[in-house]
Design a protein around this ligand. Structure first.
Ligand code: LLP
Length: 443
């Protein structure tokens, strides 16, 4: 098997290679065999890539600060088999819904390493989180702070909270992925004075324990400058809150959002470098200001699972419009990957069953759903494709299955985790009965 220099290598899992049949191999498994065994389409996750990313983040952050915690943003892909790998690597979880909390609990995840985020946490979710013992509530607004305070008082406990502040930092990414700007539905802005009010309220509240502060500026970000700016702004705020109101910053999270390669144009930093840079910035800024060193928590999602996951599709109908375009339709599309339609996300497809073939022309990889916008890759350079060929979309591990739907009553694809030549199902493909499970009027 050859590994180095294969097409699309920097977008593929770390174990990717090509075997003597010119098939793509991931985690020692030939993807053609995987489709034959598990059906198409299929999402393949490489355990080694996930573990490597976890270790890089943990090592990078721990090299910079004495008390470090890496938590995985579950919204990127919620799956119990992956949670077990993460628990094993010492990570925590960032969850945003009762569903994610419930899955973490049912997976046996240590709930004290679970952080509950979200801009409109529902009362029953907050109660569930308290009952299951989540480690932190990341407070997004005043009404939530009030609810947590009442609940804590009712339960006779102080619920551990971080306040999510809005630092007013703009990062270069798609508008839908910016969260650190003033005009955002997330967090309590520092610049308006509201974050100070929230800190005061939390310090005075008898039902919550204010552990620290959190900020998150967005997602699929490649530069470190906006993170360094965020560290500076939030620690400056923490320093003022210490002077004015006696805040002790025991924990600080500058969020997640580090980008991955979807195409050869993307050039992300390695996770250990990212984590170390952020950690050192906190360490230095806190030291300069004479702040006690807080525990530093970072929360990557995409960069833990994104590159580890590859989507595999089978080619079906091919339509040529002479002089206009060739459409190659596959057996998935926007129901399992909404990202091209939603963000104009670009992927670099591979012909997974003939990896040696050079591109021979331009074609558009279309999905099978009833929307003209259901295009996975526009104007891709690919070898000639035929029905039955296997198209792989690398960098599909984050926010694909996570944002999937049953549009057109589509069956969501299955997922397997591969390692050392073994594949195990971590999510079965849906069946028609799953689609009907919530219907109330069937006999
Ligand atoms: N922390 C918070 C508070 C977040 O809101 C997010 C992502 C993360 C951490 C993790 O960000 P990551 O490391 O995964 O970039 N659906 C979009 C991305 C939405 C991100 C939402 N929040 C996409 O497919 O590009």
């Amino acid at each position: 098997m050859r590994g180095a220099g294969i097409p699309g290598q920097h977008t593929l899992p770390l174990t990717a290679g090509v075997n003597s049949q010119e098939h793509l191999v991931i985690g020692g498994c030939d993807v053609v065999d995987l489709l034959a065994e598990f059906g198409s389409p299929l999402y393949v996750y490489d355990e080694e890539t996930i573990r490597t990313r976890c270790r890089q983040y943990v090592a990078g952050l721990s090299s910079a600060v004495p008390d470090a915690l890496v938590i995985y943003a579950v919204k990127a892909f919620a799956n119990s088999a992956i949670f077990r790998v993460l628990a094993d690597e010492g990570l925590g979880l960032d969850v945003v819904s009762g569903g994610e909390i419930y899955l973490a609990h049912r997976s046996g995840f240590p709930m004290d390493r679970v952080y509950f985020h979200g801009n409109n946490k529902l009362l029953d979710e907050i109660e569930l989180a308290a009952e299951l013992g989540v480690g932190r509530f990341v407070v997004d607004n005043f009404s939530e702070l009030g609810r947590l305070d009442s609940l804590g008082q009712r339960l006779g406990v102080r619920l551990p909270v971080l306040i999510r502040v809005g630092p007013g930092v703009e990062a270069h990414t798609h508008d839908y992925r910016k969260t650190g700007v003033l005009d955002s539905k997330f967090g309590i802005p520092i610049s308006t004075g509201q974050a100070e009010t929230a800190v005061l309220q939390a310090i005075r509240a008898r039902g919550v324990d204010l552990i620290g502060l959190h900020a998150h500026i967005g997602s699929q970000i490649f530069e470190m400058a906006p993170y360094l700016e965020t560290v500076d702004i939030v620690l400056d705020f923490a320093d003022r809150m210490r002077e004015l109101h006696g805040l002790t910053l025991r924990e600080f999270s500058p969020g997640g959002g580090w980008g991955i390669s979807y195409t050869h144009e993307d050039d992300p930093m390695e996770p250990n470098e990212v984590a170390q840079t952020v950690g050192l910035a906190v360490w230095k800024t806190a030291a300069d200001r004479g702040l006690p060193m807080p525990r530093v928590v970072i929360e990557p999602g995409r960069s833990i699972v994104g590159q580890a996951g590859v989507a595999l599709y089978t080619v079906g109908a091919i339509k040529d419009i002479p002089g206009v375009r060739r459409y190659v339709a596959v057996d998935g599309g926007m129901a399992d990957n909404i990202r091209p339609a939603l963000y104009g996300a670009v992927y670099q497809p591979l012909l997974a069953n003939r990896m040696d073939e050079a591109p021979s022309g331009q074609m558009t990889i279309a999905g099978r759903y009833c929307e003209s916008g259901d295009v996975l890759v526009k104007d891709a350079q690919m070898p000639a494709l035929h029905a039955g060929d296997i198209v792989a979309l690398p960098a599909s591990g984050a926010y694909n299955l996570a944002m999937s739907s049953n549009y057109n009553l589509a069956l969501r694809p299955g997922a397997v985790m591969v390692r050392d030549g073994e594949a195990r199902l971590i999510r079965r493909r849906e069946r028609y009965d799953d689609l009907l499970a919530a219907e109330t009027d069937l006999d």
